[in-house]
Write a protein of this length. Structure first.
Length: 118
């Protein structure tokens, strides 16, 4: 599984997924930092990657229909700090091999994960 880590997450998010055996690229490393969401979405689709982001806008299924992506993961920590985001991501890693992600939107909160499949 291949992931694209949005610029609103720390580099450690990519490293955490890599340590779990996943291929990652970051928005920053590709020179897409500061680009509009539509540009990020197009890159994710073209590269057949799962987007991992804190951007709630990607949770809008009308603007970003999950079935047009390899998957979208929106992390929603209570506090928008490095530690909280990485804690949610660590919790999520074991599920990546158990739950279907292609064509799905996952909203990951501290006390639950909501799955939206098209």
């Amino acid at each position: 599984m291949k992931f694209k880590i949005d610029e609103n997450l720390p580099q450690a998010a990519a490293e955490l997924l890599q340590s779990g055996g996943f291929e990652t690229q970051t928005v920053r490393d590709e020179g897409l930092g500061g680009k509009p969401d539509e540009v990020i979405a197009a890159a994710v689709r073209a590269e057949d990657r799962v987007l991992v982001t804190l951007d709630r806008g990607f949770g809008d299924i009308r603007a970003y229909p999950p079935d047009t992506f390899s998957g979208i993961i929106v992390l929603r920590p209570r506090q928008r700090d490095r530690s909280s985001a990485l804690t949610l991501l660590r919790r999520l890693i074991p599920l990546l091999s158990k739950e279907p992600l292609a064509g799905a939107l996952w909203i990951v909160e501290p006390d639950r994960i909501r799955f939206h499949n098209s």
